[in-house]
Design a protein around this ligand. Structure first.
Ligand SMILES: NC(=O)c1ccc[n+]([C@@H]2O[C@H](COP(=O)([O-])OP(=O)(O)OC[C@H]3O[C@@H](n4cnc5c(N)ncnc54)[C@H](OP(=O)(O)O)[C@@H]3O)[C@@H](O)[C@H]2O)c1
Length: 240
């Protein structure tokens, strides 16, 4: 199996909350987070794509709409659909059931146009695959009922030439990919803010059936002070 080098890169408050806060320090941390990962001049990771969890994609792109599907569409060819094998950047999404209502085949987070690739499972309908093809949105089949990370990462590497990949969150995806032992680096942009919301979205979240609560240690690789009292902390995951 081939696999990209995987970097979880997330900006968080001191209390481990990922949610947007109406504070100048949040804006500054968010800006630096984007620059380090995606700004062509300032980026530090050399990534070719970034993966987000389904909820994050719904929050930021598809807004919980459901796609209009042609249930009578002709059968699409079996297997994966590669609409653009040479994009400079990819937005990588996960959708086990075929529900994300994308409107176009690129997303411009951080001002960088990124071609959308959706990791699906075998249970996704012909009608949803037809919907993606009509929009020239790439997809891969990775797993029967749930996403098989090994298959997904191998296809990202081989079909889209993604040698280095960022995981952009949220916490559910972050923790499940850590627990699957696939993370090479955890990059934390720590903003000097907090709101102590007990229901806030956290940096790591265990969620059945994707992951479980488990004590885990990390090894410090570097720590750097950025602008506006923001810290950039890089860890590797300690092997058990
Ligand atoms: N500050 C930041 O840098 C930052 C970055 C990203 C996100 N966020 C915020 O974080 C929040 C969302 O985080 P979240 O933890 O609720 O959701 P998430 O990680 O974005 O998505 C998790 C969902 O993805 C689907 N999924 C499918 N296969 C999975 C697998 N193998 N492992 C994990 N998930 C899988 C599941 O939905 P189904 O079971 O329905 O299929 C799961 O509930 C949003 O509010 C977002 O704005 C903040």
């Amino acid at each position: 199996m081939n696999k990209p080098y995987v970097i979880i890169h997330t900006h968080t408050s001191i209390d481990g909350n990922l949610d947007i806060m109406d504070l100048q320090a949040f804006e500054e941390a968010s800006r630096q987070y984007q620059e380090l990962s995606l700004d062509p001049e300032k980026q530090q990771f050399e990534i070719q794509g970034y993966l987000n969890g389904k909820t994050t994609t719904e929050d930021n792109i598809t807004h919980y709409k459901r796609p209009e599907l042609d249930e009578n569409a002709a059968p699409v060819p079996e297997g994966d659909y590669v609409a653009d094998p040479d994009a400079p950047m990819y937005y990588l999404a996960m959708d086990t059931r075929g529900e994300l209502a994308f409107e176009e085949n690129t997303f411009g987070y951080g001002g960088v146009p990124s071609h959308i690739v959706v990791a699906l499972t075998e249970r996704v309908s012909n009608a949803y695959k037809d919907f993606l093809r009509k929009k020239k949105i790439s997809y891969i089949i990775a797993g029967k009922e749930q996403i098989d990370y090994d298959v997904m990462l191998d296809k990202f590497y081989n079909l889209f030439h993604i040698k280095r990949m960022m995981v952009g969150g949220g916490g559910t995806l972050n923790w499940s990919i850590v627990q699957n032992g696939l993370v090479d680096e955890v990059s934390v942009i720590l903003a000097p803010i907090a709101n102590a919301d007990p229901d806030g979205h956290r940096f790591f979240v265990a969620k059945d059936p994707y992951s479980s609560i488990e004590e885990t240690s990390f090894q410090l690789k570097s720590v750097q002070e950025l602008e506006h009292d923001t810290l950039w902390i890089r860890y590797s995951v300690k092997k058990k």
